[in-house]
Design a protein around this ligand. Structure first.
Ligand SMILES: Cc1cc2nc3c(=O)[nH]c(=O)nc-3n(C[C@H](O)[C@H](O)[C@H](O)COP(=O)(O)OP(=O)(O)OC[C@H]3O[C@@H](n4cnc5c(N)ncnc54)[C@H](O)[C@@H]3O)c2cc1C
Length: 507
């Protein structure tokens, strides 16, 4: 499993740890699209900034995105118009269009070689039943922009029923873009320290003390750019959002390649775009098979579904890369941007990008950097992170609570029917051993890896993801490698490992 964006050398952007505690005016925790873009705007304003990341630049969600830069975030505008009115929908669109222009401006100003190109983005349906939704979306968007049109034909290798195209959107190589920004941040004297997990932050008289694995940092202001906030209280973000995973394949179709970007309205919601591979060849990227993170899935339900689509439409295709990732989904479809909590002054967040974080993280970076620099930002009011209205979405809150109760209480006590002997090579699952539940993966050579299958974030029982060979949390979306190594937030610690051989002998 490897993302097309992470094939190039990732070394070269590090500042050394200096002093204990390290002192800075602003610390940004997370070097993904949101963290690095925020550091960019603050650096350009002459601020003193330190970026910390537990992995590398853009190695997590941003390194596994499909990197379409568009204001078309699904069929969103009819919903925005109905819920908040036309002025709100218009402003949301304009704010995201500004982000596309901002990114293009940065690419040009800093001459970042990141394959940035303008392309149209189209939402399409193959189903007659879904046509009405597109008609309504066109009607909604036409109220505030002339950039949209209804289409019945595309360059895709199959017929569609109807589509809505938003003109003049863009796509790029997200990691080359972030590395271009990081280079400038370091050249202007600010700092980026990688491979450094932050565990906690404590309020002090003049700011915050941040605990990291390398030492402490003292900062006046903090930006939480860690994707899912690692602070549980205050904020209660685990009530206000959940995580959703998707799977991606990049392949050489061995025939003519189209250049536009596309997303299907109905399940399986396939997403298409082209990209330039490391050997300079244009290939296609197909995404889809999304599900709530933590659901127990198999290869068949995920990568196989994508491969079947590739084989059907491009029988000669050669698959080059495949990967998956997840993003935070908010209950009212709007990101959380700005002050993290009323109880923690000078702590800011950008999260809940709903799988559209290329534009919305740029928007978040502009809003948060303006707040820090005490400048007015006209879009700030749309996305207030402290808002609690999303939990008025009772259905989703009920789902979140029900999932937590199931995974924290019911599943943890219900014995598993599976035994280690039942697992073939390459399979994993939760087995019953000496009255306890143990997460076991038997690799392709028969070697057993066993872990305590309980999330180190808030204690939910994990599910086995047979597609990626990971342990995934159904409550808040943390993920661990088959051997228990923590991969994805909000958890920060690895799983406890268990020696199954000893336990089997005792049985
Ligand atoms: C399959 C898929 C496809 C997508 N495609 C698109 C698309 O085409 N267009 C679009 O606009 N959006 C897309 N998105 C969404 C977009 O990729 C994300 O919204 C965006 O990348 C999120 O960026 P981020 O900076 O918030 O998070 P990340 O990129 O995850 O960055 C967070 C960083 O914080 C670090 N971190 C976490 N915890 C800690 C800690 N405790 N201490 C220190 N560091 C920490 C991590 O190492 C990481 O580098 C897609 C999402 C998915 C799931």
């Amino acid at each position: 499993m490897k993302s097309i964006w992470l094939t190039e050398n990732q070394e070269g952007f590090q500042t050394n740890w200096m002093g204990n505690p390290m002192r800075t005016d602003i610390v940004i925790i997370g070097a993904g699209m949101f963290g690095i873009t925020t550091a960019h705007y603050l650096t350009e304003a002459g601020a003193d900034v330190l970026v910390l990341d537990k992995s590398g630049i853009g190695r997590m969600t941003t390194g596994h995105t499909t990197a379409k830069i568009t204001s078309q975030h699904g069929l969103l505008y009819q919903y925005l118009l109905e819920k908040y009115g036309v002025d709100f929908a218009k402003e949301y669109f304009e704010a995201n269009e500004e982000s596309i222009q901002e990114i293009e401006g940065i690419v040009q100003a800093y001459q970042i070689d990141c394959d940035f190109e303008r392309q149209d983005h189209t939402m399409f349906t193959k189903s007659a039943n879904e046509k009405r939704k597109i008609v309504e979306e066109v009607r909604a968007m036409k109220q505030f922009t002339s950039q949209v049109e209804k289409v019945t034909k595309t360059e895709l290798p199959f017929e569609i029923e109807l589509g809505i195209t938003v003109k003049d959107q863009a796509q790029f190589h997200p990691i080359r873009y972030l590395r271009g920004l990081a280079k400038n941040i370091l050249e202007k004297g600010n700092k980026i320290i990688l491979d450094t997990t932050c565990y906690d932050l404590k309020k002090e008289k003049d700011g915050y003390r941040i605990q990291t694995q390398k030492g402490e940092v003292l900062a006046k202001k903090v930006v939480l750019a860690s994707h899912y906030p690692f602070i549980k209280y205050p904020g209660l973000y685990f009530f206000k959002m959940y995580q959703s995973s998707s799977y991606v394949i990049a392949f050489d179709p061995k025939k003519d390649i189209f250049s536009g970007m596309y997303l299907q309205v109905e399940e399986p919601k396939f997403s298409f775009r082209s990209a330039i591979d490391s050997d300079g060849k244009r290939i296609l990227i197909l995404g889809g098979a999304g599900h709530k993170t933590g659901k127990s899935v198999t290869d068949q339900m995920t990568y196989e579904q994508l491969k079947q689509e590739v084989q059907q439409e491009f029988p000669e295709a050669e698959i080059r890369y495949w990967w998956s990732t997840r993003d935070c989904i908010t209950l009212d479809k709007l990101p959380y941007i700005g002050q993290f909590s009323n109880l923690l002054p000078n702590v800011y967040i950008g999260t809940g990008f709903n799988k559209w974080g290329m534009t919305t993280s740029n928007l978040a970076a502009r809003i948060v950097s303006d707040e820090i620099l005490e400048k007015k930002n006209r879009h700030q009011h749309l996305f207030l992170a402290t808002r609690m209205q999303p939990i008025e979405n009772r259905e989703e809150v009920k789902n979140i609570l029900a999932q937590s109760v199931k995974s924290l209480v019911v599943q943890r006590v219900k014995p598993s029917q599976l035994r280690v002997e039942d697992l073939a090579n390459g399979e994993g699952g939760i087995v019953q051993l000496q009255g306890k539940k143990v997460g076991v993966y038997r690799d392709e050579n028969g070697k057993i890896y066993a872990v305590k299958p309980v999330c180190t974030h808030l204690g939910c029982l994990l599910n086995w993801n047979g597609a990626d060979k990971t342990w995934d949390c159904p409550c808040h979306g943390s993920r661990y490698r088959f051997d228990g190594k923590n991969l994805y937030d909000p958890a920060m610690k690895d799983l406890e490992t268990i020696s199954v051989k000893e336990e089997k002998e005792q049985e």
